[in-house]
Write a protein of this length. Sequence first.
Length: 606
Amino acid sequence: MLKKALVALSVAGFIGSCGDTAGNNSGSSGQSSSSITQVSTSDKLQQLYADYFNEQFELDPLLATYIGEKGYNDQLPNFLSPEHLRKKRQFEQKYLDRINSVDPATLTDSARISYNIFKGDREMALRGMQFPSELIPINQFYNLANQLAMLGSGTSAQPFSDYQDYSDWASRMQQIPALLEQARENMQQGIERDIVQPRVLIEKAIPQIGAHIVEDVEQSIFWHPINDLPATLSDREQQQITEHYRTIISQQVIPAYQQLRNYLANDYLPHTRTESFGIGQLPAGKGWYQYQIEANTSTSLTASEIHALGKSEVHRIQDKMRDIMEKINFKGDLQDFFDFMTNDTQFIYDSGEAMIEDYKSLRSKVDKRLPRLFNIFPEANYEVRKVEEFREQSASSGSYQPAPTDNSRPAVFYLNTYDLASRPTWAKTALFLHEAAPGHHFQISIQQQLNDLPKFRKFGRETAYIEGWGLYAESLGQELGLYDDPYQHFGALAAELWRSIRLVTDTGIHSKGWSRQQVLEYMYQNAPVAEARAVSEAERFMALPGQALGYKIGQLKIAELRREAKRKLGDKFDIKAFHRVVLEDGAVPLIVLQQKVKRWIINLRI
């Protein structure tokens, strides 16, 4: 079953050879013509990619901020409005038409990768727009209210270094009320069309938004940049900025959050779903979920195939856990072992500060050992930071925020210290390897420093590749000597088991109509997990259909390609070279990665 499911990996929109067909011409004049055509086509494509990348900032200025393009930091369009969605659709269609006007027949292998990715991304974007995600813009895991609060905190991507930065955010902040009002209007339309969130998600989102409603403006998270005004500002500038922020926050931002919170609690909540929890139960939900599967895994696997694959992986990994039980002479069955690993006090941190310091201390050990497996490294630095309190109850155990391309601030590995009993010490190594090095920090930072990539690929996101790499990075702890402690090795297996459970539960929720309780029961029966994390994860799957699938699907493909390379290359196989091949072109769909690695194998065997 496992082998069959992996063989089934394919990508809609990426069908066709990635080989270079230019060499089929014969004769000197034919070769010259082909060369001229390649140059002309290549230039046309590079201009197309540049036009797309630069024009998209007008529709998505927050993206510009996150990647360090400062010219858009004052803008916040109403991206939930019908007008904006229409512009977005026209924008994507325009660039799909432009890429379709280019003949890919003469492209080199490298150029064909960019062509296929760009074309496939535009097709997927347009396909996704047929589903009304704008009608459910608020959930407890990702929502624009929290995103804007993080930007305004002064500790995220929005810069606060000089007078212009403060002025930019003031302008952007004044546009928040219109966006939150549009969110309310869209949710009201959702009520009328029976497209609403599960009740439990909104119950969690309400206090998150309510946390930003304060009587004293100086207690607002939006006030934090005022507490850190740069010393380079004159007294007059500081006073002007302070009063301006006080007015905006007190008279516009806080009232907007109050209105949104009241709407959710008083008007929206009574209409939310209490009996169904997945998008599969919404109008056109089956097609919507299949789209989410394909968008997040870059495959055409069905929900049923993924569900079966997940169950197979759960059983395989549990057998490995039983091997650890024998190694440490544990008496009892697997469920007894789970109870021990979940509840024994030796695995619980004394404090959040102790947890943060423990993760920080692991960094030097990891850094020293990574050259065993890698000869390509990120230029950007990173830091370990605690998840903010206002979102910690619903945030994942760890997450990663990239550095801007100029490395003016470090990347951030966010670590959740909420409910320490659900953050066991044995989870440390695998989580660190996934979020920091050699996981997301390596993959994303290296991608952003690849100067020969078109910018749409430098900042591109392919969930199955990115999260698949993160999960694959966890497995490298064995080769790095980081899992010699059987409990840390168990932690790695538990993390992989959890990603396999995600395949079962995500498809269970959105395709098979599982209830929240069914999901929790499956988790408790099959993994060592405390209640807080199980609840957070179950509700995360409800909020982000399909996102949890990319991890395991991507990891299985990378591991499969490594085994194939080692089998076919024998003594010629070099793990450092393999990792470079996987990383050096940035995030790509899995079928493109497979084709790239196979070409590398063929070239080395010649």
